[in-house]
Design a binder for this molecule. Sequence first.
Ligand code: HAM
Length: 440
Amino acid sequence: MNEKKQFRAIKGTRDITPPDSALWNWFERTARDTFESFNFREIRLPIFEETSLFARSVGGETDIVSKEMYTFADRSSSATPEGAPADPGDLISLRPEATASTMRAYIEHGMHALPGNVKLYYIGPMFRRERPQKGRYRQFYQIGAEVLGSSDAPAIDAEVIEMLMLFFQRVGLTRTTLYINSIGDKNCRPAYVELLRAELQKVKEQLGADSQRRIDTNPLRVLDSKVPHEQEIIAKLPRIADHLCDACKENYAGLKRELALRGITYEENWRLVRGLDYYTRTTFEVIAEGLGSQNAVCGGGRYDGLVELLGGQPTKGIGFAIGSDRSILSIQESGNLPQLPGLDVFVAWMGMDTYPTAVKIARSLRDAGFDVELPAEEMKFKKLLNLADRLGARYALIIGSDEVASGTFTLKRLSDADQKKLNEANLLETLRSERRGTRA
Ligand code: HAM
């Protein structure tokens, strides 16, 4: 067969190509700057972990672990002969989220001994085998932050949310709604879950198959249901806010006070239970306009006890993860895009005698921090300017024999064809002051 196979990215994955990649870099840079200003520091984590780490933390019954993980047998164990099935203990999964890995790393590196709260952030791809659609991918990207320590003061929750909302504001993601809830803790939630289960049993026949199954596996998740005909039934179910123990009630009231202190507006949503098992007390989500059904751009909450569950010291924790794909999609759809620097200078050299000067000035401009395109081959003047234009350069730096002879350059601004003859020092100064102008 002569036919050549045309390779394509695997379903649910995609390439982020220029110029979108510049937007992604700016988005991630803004997150780093914002988070670091709150004294968060980056943690770089592996992309795969033992499957049982996710099963134990996210929960074996959750959709993420039971249906969506990319899991494979690893043959790391020298006891496994070639071709023999791997021991189940050797199963490895591509990470569907990174809170579990962060906890593993926290324990593995004895970070509980560090002074104060340990504040970490991460940026990177996650993998879930979901049905791809707008805003939902099988490889998607998160920017997450986690705070670990001995305190569960509501001020910590509020500061994490403040940081998140400040970041969204800085990237122009402003048409958002922040939802908050408290889902209680191990003292009050079990009784509420039993009450909910009993109430759900009474209306079981009116529910769809998924919700019926969840009455047994995880009744809280029924509250998450988007099935239209279930909404009226769910609205009448008992609400956790009415069943919180005193400590959880006080903690939730404290969170609302702390949010008010920071001027953060929110809506309470008693149905916000989240799809991962590790949460206690505070849960929150941010949804953005213009995204259709996949409109959650961030999810998070408190997970006291998770470190202990994974074999560490008793530790309190809270964090969130922003979905970068959806957030960037929302920014693009709003049209509220930042002015990102592009190609500064296109070096339009003419005649081989000008080429050495062109190479030298390209280096000087790059050293001075400008983005420069230097054509590798000789071209006609018209073609040079045409290419400079199509590449979106702000300036063409014209170098002909006259310029070389007089030690000057002709700097042409492409937006309005304004043209100046300058020596090297004046050229750098002109470009620098122009850059300061566009940044101001
Ligand atoms: P999550 O709600 O599963 O939470 O994911 C957080 C965000 O990741 C979602 O709000 C969404 O924006 C994005 N996301 C999730 N799945 C996809 C997908 N298939 N395609 C595109 N975007 C997606 C967590 O992952 C928790 N680890 C958050 C956390 C950190 N809680 C405490 N600390």
